[in-house]
Design a protein around this ligand. Structure first.
Ligand code: GLC
Ligand code: CA
Length: 566
C-alpha cells in the first residue's frame, strides 16, 4: 500500500485577504496568518494551503501575479512567509501555496515586453493572434467566451493584435507551447520549494493547452463559453508530466491540481493516478453542482439532489481505489458557503456537523475552507457596490446587457446566488465589531451574523460545529481508528436511498459504518447485519436504535464501529 505524508493530513485553506488582519488596515495579511497558526494547531490540522499573496495589481485578488518572487505589500514581505513556514513546521503543519501556471498579470514584466512589438523576445510567452474581418469590422479570432464573461480575447492597440485571456482582461494566458515558458514556471516552483514550502495547489492546471482556433458552435451567443476549447486537452498532461520529472518528483512535493472545465474521472486519473507520474491529487468540482443553484431565481427553492451527490462521491472514490488519492473538500474561495449550499438554516448545527462527517470519513485528504469549521453562511449582498469579485461584477454587467428591461433587484439577486464573494468575507473570530478580523472596516463587508456564528463562542461550546470538526480531525490523525479512516476501503451501501448517504470503511479488523441523513425528514433505516460495537461520532445527544432499526432525525449523522457476524 502506498503511503505518503499527505495522505495522513487534514488541510485548511486560507484566503489571506479575509483571514486575519494583523496591522489593522482592513486587509488580511501574512502576519495575520502567522498569529493564527496556534489556532490552526488547536483545531488540529497539519497542512495549510495559502492562496496567492504574490505581488499583484489585485484584479483577481492576487491570482493575477505581477512578480512570482515578491510578496504583495498589502500582505507583508518575504520574511513573513519564511516565518510562517518555519513556525508551521515547528507545529507539525506543512505549507502549500498556490502555483499559478496559466497566466500572469498584464503588469508582469514579461507581458509588458510581449505587447511591445511582434518581434519582441517575450512575444511568444503569451498567446497572440490577429483579428478577423467580419461584415467589414475587425473582430476577435474566435467566438470563445472567457470564464469571467465577454470574449476570451482582448484587443491590444500597441500591435493591433489580440491576446488570449480565459479569465479577466488583466490576466493574459501564458503560452505553454513555448519551452522557455515551461522552464520559467518550473523555476518559479523550484524557488518556492527551495524556500521550504511542501508543495502546491496548482491553479487552473487543466487549461494549459488551447484547441485549434475554430469558432465554437455550442450555442449561438456572441461569445460562447465552451470549456472544451481550453480544458483538459492532451498536451496538458505532457506539460504536467514534464513538471513532475523536472520539479515535483525531485523535490517529492505535494501537488494538487485544480481541474476545472469538467475533467472527467478518467481525466482525473490521467492527472493523478499513482502510475500517472504527474500530480498527487486533483480537486474536481462534480460534487459542487448537485443542486439547482444555477437554475433557480430564489435561494428558497434550493434543493439538493442527494442521489446525484452520493453517486458523484462514490464514483470518484471507486475509481481512485488503490489507484490514486483524492482531496476531500466541500468548497473553496470560488464556491458558495457550504451551509448556504447543502446545509440547512433550520437545522443549522445538525446539518453543519453531518456535512463535515459525511466528507471527513471518506478516503482522501480533507480540506477545510476558512470559516467552514464554524458553519459560516453566505453574505446578504444588496448592491453592486458591495461586490469585490471581478467575476461577480462582470456577471452583473453581462446580465444588465442581456436583460436591459429587467428589474435591478432581480439582477442583483441572480449575481448574489453564485457570487464568489460569499466565501471571501472576513472570518468571524468573535462577536465584536468587524468580527475580530480587524479594528477598521474591512475591504469587504463582514457577514452580519458574527454575533451568532463565531470562532470564540464555538471554541467555548463543547457541542459546537467547531468541536465536531476538531473531533473528526482527531479521529483521523491521532485515534486508534486512524488506519481505517485514512487507508480503509470505501463502499457505498443502499445506493438508491433518496435521503441517506451511507458507506462502509474497512481495514484489517476495523470496520466503520457511516450514516448521513441529507434531508430535514425523519428516516427509518434498517441496519445491515453487522454488529454495532460502538458509536464513534454523532450529531445528536443520543442514537435511536431499536431491533436493528435506526430512527434518524433531520440531518442526523452517526459513525458506528461494526463487526461482521462470524
Ligand atoms: C482558479 C482560482 C480562481 C481564479 C482563477 C484564475 O479557478 O480558484 O479564484 O480566479 O483560477 O486564476
Ligand atoms: Ca492588513
Amino acid at each position: 500500500m502506498m503511503k505518503k505524508w499527505w495522505m495522513e493530513s487534514v488541510g485548511y485553506q486560507i484566503y489571506p485577504k479575509s483571514f486575519f488582519d494583523a496591522n489593522h488596515d482592513g486587509i488580511g495579511d501574512l502576519p495575520g496568518i502567522l498569529s493564527k497558526l496556534g489556532y490552526l494547531h488547536e483545531l488540529g490540522v497539519n497542512l495549510i494551503w495559502i492562496c496567492p499573496f504574490y505581488d499583484s495589481p489585485m484584479d483577481d485578488n492576487g491570482y493575477d501575479v505581477r512578480d512570482f518572487f515578491k510578496v504583495a505589500d498589502i500582505f507583508g514581505d518575504i520574511e513573513h512567509i519564511k516565518a510562517i513556514i518555519r513556525e508551521a513546521h515547528q507545529l507539525g503543519i506543512r505549507v502549500i501555496l498556490d502555483l499559478v501556471l496559466n497566466h500572469t498579470s498584464d503588469e508582469h514584466p514579461w507581458f509588458i515586453e510581449s505587447r511591445k512589438s511582434k518581434d519582441n523576445p517575450y512575444r511568444d510567452f503569451y498567446i497572440w493572434h490577429e483579428g478577423r474581418i467580419k461584415h467589414g469590422k475587425k473582430i476577435e479570432p474566435t467566438n470563445w467566451a472567457s470564464f469571467f464573461g465577454g470574449s476570451c480575447w482582448r484587443h491590444d492597440p500597441q500591435t493591433d493584435s489580440y491576446y488570449m485571456k480565459i479569465f479577466s482582461d488583466k490576466m493574459p494566458d501564458l503560452n505553454w507551447e513555448n519551452p522557455e515558458v515551461r522552464q520559467a514556471m518550473a523555476d518559479v516552483a523550484k524557488w518556492w520549494l527551495d524556500l521550504g514550502v511542501d508543495g502546491f495547489r496548482i491553479d487552473a492546471v487543466s487549461h494549459l493547452q488551447r484547441d485549434a482556433f475554430v469558432d465554437s458552435t455550442l450555442t449561438d451567443d456572441r461569445y460562447v463559453l465552451d470549456w472544451k476549447k481550453f480544458s483538459n486537452l492532451p498536451k496538458v498532461h505532457d506539460h504536467v508530466r514534464w513538471l513532475h520529472n523536472e520539479v515535483f518528483e525531485p523535490y517529492d512535493c505535494l501537488t494538487i491540481g485544480e481541474t476545472g472545465g469538467e475533467a472527467s474521472i478518467e481525466e482525473g486519473l490521467r492527472y493523478a493516478s499513482f502510475d500517472a507520474k504527474a500530480l498527487s491529487m486533483v480537486f474536481n468540482f462534480d460534487h459542487n453542482w448537485c443542486n439547482n443553484l444555477w437554475s433557480i431565481d430564489d435561494p428558497k427553492d434550493l434543493k439538493t439532489d442527494v442521489i446525484r451527490l452520493k453517486q458523484v462521491f462514490a464514483q470518484w472514490q471507486e475509481a481512485f481505489k488503490g489507484q490514486g488519492w483524492l482531496p476531500l473538500n466541500w468548497l473553496n474561495h470560488d464556491q458558495p458557503r457550504l451551509m448556504s449550499h447543502y446545509g440547512s438554516r433550520a437545522h443549522f448545527k445538525a446539518s453543519g456537523k453531518m456535512l463535515a462527517t459525511a466528507l471527513h470519513m471518506m478516503r482522501g485528504t480533507p480540506f477545510i475552507y476558512q470559516g467552514e469549521e464554524i458553519g459560516m453562511i453566505n453574505h446578504p449582498f444588496e448592491n453592486l457596490q458591495d461586490f469585490r469579485d471581478i467575476a461577480s461584477i462582470n456577471h452583473y454587467h453581462e446580465l444588465m446587457r442581456k436583460h436591459p428591461d429587467a428589474d435591478l433587484a432581480y439582477i442583483i439577486k441572480k449575481v448574489v446566488m453564485t457570487s464568489r464573494d460569499h466565501p471571501r468575507t472576513p472570518v468571524h473570530w468573535d462577536d465584536t465589531r468587524h468580527a475580530g478580523f480587524s479594528t477598521v472596516r474591512p475591504w469587504i463587508d463582514v457577514t452580519p451574523n458574527h454575533d451568532l456564528i463565531n470562532i470564540a463562542d464555538q471554541m467555548q461550546d463543547q457541542d459546537s460545529i467547531w468541536h465536531h470538526y476538531r473531533k473528526l480531525i482527531q479521529l483521523r490523525l491521532t485515534s486508534d481508528l486512524r488506519d481505517v479512516i485514512i487507508h480503509g476501503t470505501f463502499e457505498m451501501i443502499d445506493v438508491a436511498h433518496p435521503s441517506l448517504y451511507v458507506y462502509k470503511r474497512h481495514h484489517d479488523h476495523d470496520q466503520l459504518l457511516v450514516v448521513n441523513n441529507f434531508t430535514a425528514e425523519h428516516v427509518i433505516w434498517r441496519l445491515p447485519a453487522d454488529r454495532v460495537t460502538a458509536v464513534i461520532i454523532q450529531n445528536y445527544p443520543d442514537v435511536d436504535i431499536r431491533h436493528q432499526t435506526l430512527y434518524l432525525r433531520p440531518y442526523e449523522s452517526i459513525v458506528f464501529k461494526t463487526e461482521a457476524h462470524t
